[in-house]
Design a protein around this ligand. Structure first.
Ligand code: ZN
Length: 194
């Protein structure tokens, strides 16, 4: 499905044409640059059946974060993220570097212009946080922690038993945990919030 199929991209046909018209009315250098970029871009796009709704996955080179990358033309033009180029082609615009292109689909490799929206760096960060990326996992304590074998109720019971004179070894056995765990609980080294 790779190749020039992008030119048959439904409602986007016109926009591709517009981009070509736009670049030909541009200066000579820009024409060459826009033309070849659009052409090269189209070679690396994988279009699935539902062109308008599905992600268009980038089949070319990707950076460490999974974003597609493409050379803009000559060496001096540098490299751009493919989804930014997608936005530029379909909206026939040049984006300033302070403008971010964000994904509604949360798929960095996607270059479907319908899945892209503009934002500032601040929007992008807010978007990432809203989607749960870029945030450290919340600190969990007690029962919420993955490793917790005991409940808060059991912690209270363990402390009660210990106060009543039951040995740590015996308590450990009946709760199927180590004696060290019991000692930490009894001495309030763990489960301090209970
Ligand atoms: Zn997508």
């Amino acid at each position: 499905m790779m190749g020039s199929i992008i030119y048959k991209a439904g409602i986007y046909n016109l926009k591709i044409d517009n981009a070509a018209v736009y670049s030909s009315s541009y200066n000579k250098k820009a024409k060459k640059f826009h033309g070849s970029l659009t052409e090269r871009f189209s070679r690396y796009v994988y279009l699935s059946k539902d062109i308008n709704n599905n992600c268009w996955n980038w089949m070319g080179a990707k950076n460490d974060c999974g974003y597609g990358v493409i050379g803009r033309g000559t060496r001096c033009h540098g490299i751009s993220k493919a989804h930014r180029v997608a936005y530029e082609i379909f909206h026939f615009t040049d984006l300033h570097k302070t403008i971010c292109v964000c994904h509604i689909c949360d798929n960095p490799a996607c270059v479907n212009p319908k899945h892209l929206f503009l934002g500032t760096q601040a929007d992008n960060v807010a978007d990432m946080i809203a989607k749960g990326r870029n945030t450290p996992p919340p600190v969990r304590k007690g029962e919420e922690a993955n490793f917790a074998k005991l409940t808060e109720q059991q912690i209270r019971q363990i402390r009660k038993l210990s106060k009543a004179g039951t040995s740590s070894r015996k308590i450990a056995k009946s709760f199927a945990v180590s004696k060290t765990t019991i000692l930490q609980i009894v001495n309030h080294k763990s489960w301090r919030h209970v």
